[in-house]
Design a protein around this ligand. Structure first.
Ligand code: AMP
Length: 398
């Protein structure tokens, strides 16, 4: 039987999944995550029933490389395959630039073009591409497919992509792209199932995890989004600042004397919930803390999220639905309730009991705006893209 592997390789984690290909259909077989790469990597994999089938810790081996971990993962996958044969690997690639709006079979030319986009996503793209290269070395003949996080936003209007800078910068690629596209594609698909005609109409999808953004969708299509040129823009995140007065960056460099690298590390890795709380980037840890700084970090997260959501309304011309997804969005009734309370003037009210149990629809019956919780599944989106490409380019995979 044929099988497909999906990989989402980041700076400190690698997510993976194995799907069986049954005709045109996919069946999730197993998946998991290696976390805390660089400090104390740990691997957990689960089967389709949710049982843990592999646990591994590298407690004293914080320096183990991504390549080495992928090699271990691949060796384990080989022992799990039985009569299944991996026919392709799908990757989440954070940046597709202006040219790549659909999944692509990776070849040398594409890799080179994606390397050229590294300056636009310096903290994500190198890890995505390193995983592609590591697997090419391990299995040179296995087709690998790139699925881009920017692609869902590719049809944003020209105005929505433009930054108010001199035109020449836009032409060099300094423009708004948008990210978390694979997650939003999944949400759009689920909304289309729930409401085949309109995909929920005018919707704000809120991807609230370690990385966080929002997407204004009209009938399942992105019309605006909070992340722009980089994945640093928009909402306050676990360790990222989100949107900031650009004057702050100038101040840090010219008055405080920080180097560009120091500012980059500050804004990507030391800010957001971690920076404001001085305690943790993890929402659960902050809820559990009695420190006033933890409470203030949560208050600011809610304030910034509300502000960003409200800023998307003009692109929609009103609001019919809100969707919460990712770690915080799927699991945190308190944050959802506080954001919705702040947006109650738009006509959204929650059913407290449904919200408390993370139900699929958490708005009250009389709420004009339908509020949903939809678990994200970027791996499934990647796997489906791989199947579509296999069908379209059958000969390349035979
Ligand atoms: P993600 O990047 O999607 O894995 O999301 C990670 C974030 O989700 C972290 O801030 C976690 O604390 C948060 N999270 C995960 N589970 C819960 C939960 N049950 N309640 C609140 N936050 C959660």
């Amino acid at each position: 039987m044929k099988a497909i592997v999906t990989l989402n390789a980041g700076s400190s984690s690698i997510k993976f999944a194995l799907y069986e290909l049954l005709g045109d259909n996919l069946r999730f077989d197993a998946g998991g995550k290696i976390e805390e790469i660089g400090t104390a990597p740990r691997l957990r994999a689960r089967n389709a029933e949710g049982d843990i089938i592999l646990e591994r810790d590298w407690l004293h081996d914080g320096g183990i490389s991504h390549e080495h971990l992928l090699e271990d993962l691949f060796a384990w996958a080989a022992t799990q395959l039985g009569d299944r044969e991996i026919v392709a690997i799908g990757h989440r690639i954070v940046h597709g630039g202006q040219n790549f709006a659909a999944p692509r079979l990776i070849d040398d030319a594409l890799l080179e073009a994606l390397d050229a986009l590294i300056p636009l996503a310096p903290l994500h793209q190198p890890h995505n591409l390193a995983a592609v290269r590591a697997l090419r070395a391990l299995a040179p003949d296995l087709p690998q497919i790139a699925c881009f996080d920017t692609a869902f936003h590719h049809d944003l209007s020209p105005l929505a992509t433009r930054l108010p800078l001199p035109r020449a910068f836009h032409d060099q690629g300094v423009r708004r792209y948008g990210f978390h596209g694979l997650s939003y594609e999944h949400i759009a698909g689920r909304l289309r199932e729930a409401d085949p005609g309109r995909a929920g109409g005018r919707v704000i999808a809120a991807h609230l995890g370690n990385g966080a953004s929002m997407c204004a969708m009209r009938e399942g299509k992105s019309v605006d989004t909070t992340m722009g040129f980089t994945a640093l823009d928009g909402l306050m995140m676990g360790t990222r600042s989100g949107a900031l007065d650009p004057g702050v960056v100038l101040h840090l460099q010219t008055q405080v004397g920080m180097s560009a690298q120091e500012v980059e590390a500050l804004l990507y890795k030391k800010s957001g919930l971690l920076g404001v709380s001085g305690l943790s980037s993890d929402m659960r840890t902050l809820h559990a803390s009695e420190a006033p700084e933890a409470a203030e970090a949560i208050d600011l997260f809610v304030r910034q999220a509300t502000r960003q959501a409200a800023a998307l309304i003009p692109a929609l011309g009103g609001l019919d639905g809100i969707v919460f997804t990712a770690g915080i969005g799927e699991n945190d009734p308190v944050i959802r309730a506080r954001i919705c309370e702040n947006l109650s003037w738009l006509g959204c009210g929650l059913d407290a009991e449904a919200n408390a149990r993370n139900a699929g629809v958490i708005s009250a019956e009389q709420s004009r705006v339908v509020v949903r919780v939809i678990p994200t599944d970027e791996e499934a989106v990647i796997a489906h893209h791989v199947v579509d490409l296999i069908k379209a380019e059958g000969s390349a995979f035979s």
